[in-house]
Write a protein that binds this ligand. Structure first.
Ligand SMILES: Cc1cc2nc3c(=O)[nH]c(=O)nc-3n(C[C@H](O)[C@H](O)[C@H](O)COP(=O)(O)O)c2cc1C
Length: 453
């Protein structure tokens, strides 16, 4: 079977990271991030264009300097449940932290979304970037990387175990024989591990796709290791074509080394296309957006996020970049330490760091529709991505991409012309996870049959 491109759309309402001026755009309702109709409309446009998934990122700590969308937004599973009832095919991927949730609760909520949506749920497993989240959950300190990712790995194992509590034929519902449930098809997990102790069973059956799809986002060594072990989809950060290829091959190599089929780890690279009538018009649109977001104070405020929401405004902008490496150890270590290294090596002041990390780099997917479709085909062909997680500034921009670029991707034969199925798994080309207890029983039955033959 030939490889097919996948597309997701990530919603950032009034403006996610870096989109400091977006809330002022007259096309964006000032309450977009808490207006369920905004998400429903986005999902419907994306579904019309045959996108694989609507992707909802999340966080649970803010201060006033955070991106506009983060300041006032809906909880992912609540919003996706509402979107589910207004869509039929598009996958619904919600971000939830394995650091600040109990596995039983997560298993139950995602299984519920999977039922409500008819088998379209996905869980984006994150370990929480913001160190301040700990204080919202009764902990003085954010857990360190090893503990957070250890918990993430074990949480996924526990949750998958809980999702298998009922075999698919457990509910007999036979009125004549007065049997609602076959108790032999109900299983307690009785998990005791390093981080969790969970008895089970979970009080909800499997959905049409068996289990929700596991996504992952996080690029450290621990993050890549988690992805290779458990992720079926990945939200990858992007960057240059070469960086994306390096990441892509590293993840696929790790998955293969663990005996997994690399085709069953679908890598969605983050991308922000800018489509214009001509290449020149798109270049101008891209530059205009950069200028709309180019507010020094907000850029300075956002720089603090990787360092535990550190307030850099207390420092002299023209003095050498302050020594804050230790503040990134637990939160945004990958990005934070890279930034500190660069500041040291290049001898940058605080002002220069802000300007360097936010300097103008147009998206590689900027241009007339044919240029954008060509660039996407190139990235896909060069194995820099299996799919793209697209970020648009407005619903109108998504509509333009859907109307002008998607047909060109279809013409090139890399994007579907109809949904393959009506579950997220079916559309991502992922296998149906057979219930573990049913598998055990089948294996035992085979052994018995062989022994008696
Ligand atoms: C592309 C991408 C998207 C992410 N999205 C989220 C998110 O929505 N919420 C969150 O708490 N963390 C998010 N993370 C952060 C990771 O879950 C992780 O906690 C953090 O990046 C630190 O881990 P890392 O160094 O492995 O990337 C994201 C990371 C990446 C690379």
């Amino acid at each position: 079977m030939s490889r097919k491109l996948h597309l997701a759309v990530a919603v950032y309402g009034v403006g996610g990271p870096g989109q400091h001026g977006l809330w002022k755009d007259p096309r964006v309702p000032k309450d977009a991030s808490v207006d369920i109709n905004y998400y429903i409309k986005t999902a419907q446009v994306a579904e019309q264009a045959l996108f694989d998934a609507l992707f909802i990122v999340d966080s649970q700590f803010i201060n006033a300097s955070y991106p506009s969308h983060y300041l006032n937004r809906l909880e992912p599973l609540t919003l996706l449940s509402a979107v589910a009832t207004h869509t039929t095919h598009i996958g619904l991927v919600g971000t939830a932290s394995s650091t600040y949730n109990s596995p039983f609760n997560l298993a139950r909520r995602f299984a519920s979304l999977d039922h409500i949506s008819g088998g379209r749920a996905g869980w984006n497993v994150v370990t929480s970037f913001d160190t301040g989240t700990s204080k919202n959950y009764g902990l003085d300190e954010h857990l360190d990387y090893a503990t957070r990712y250890g918990r993430a790995m074990e949480a996924v194992q526990v949750i998958r175990g809980l999702w298998d509590s009922y075999e698919d034929d457990a509910f007999v519902a036979d009125v004549e024989r007065n049997i609602f449930l076959d108790p032999a098809r109900l299983h307690a997990l009785n998990h005791v591990g390093e981080h969790f102790k969970v008895a089970g069973p979970l009080n909800i059956a499997r959905s049409r796709q068996g289990q929700p799809v596991i996504f992952q986002a996080g690029v450290s060594e621990d993050g890549r290791n988690l992805a290779a072990h458990v992720a079926e989809g990945i939200y990858a950060p992007g960057g240059t074509l070469t960086e994306a290829q390096e990441y892509y091959h590293d993840i696929k190599r790790r998955a293969v080394a663990l005996g997994r089929d690399p085709g069953h780890v679908v890598i969605f690279t983050g991308a922000s296309p800018v489509v214009g009538g001509t290449d020149e018009e798109a270049a101008q649109l891209s530059h205009d957006s950069y200028e709309a977001d180019n507010e020094f104070d907000r850029k300075l405020g956002f720089l603090g996020r990787a360092f535990g929401a550190y307030d850099f405004s207390q420092h002299d902008l023209d003095a050498p970049f302050p020594d804050v490496a230790h503040l990134a150890e637990k939160g945004g270590r990958t990005r934070g330490l890279e930034l500190v290294r660069r500041a040291r090596e290049e001898g940058l002041t605080l002002r220069q760091v802000v300007e360097t990390v936010t300097e103008y780099h147009p998206s590689p997917f900027t241009g007339a529709p044919d240029t954008v479709a060509g660039a996407i085909a190139d990235w896909f062909g060069a194995e820099a991505a299996d799919g793209l997680n697209l970020r648009f500034r407005t619903i109108e921009d998504l509509e333009r991409f859907a109307g002008d670029v998607v047909p060109l991707l279809q013409k090139r034969g890399i994007f579907r012309t109809a949904y393959e199925g009506d579950t997220l798994r079916a559309n991502l080309g992922l296998p149906f996870p057979v219930n573990r207890y049913a598998l055990e029983r089948q294996a035992a039955e085979r052994e018995r049959a062989q022994a008696s033959a």
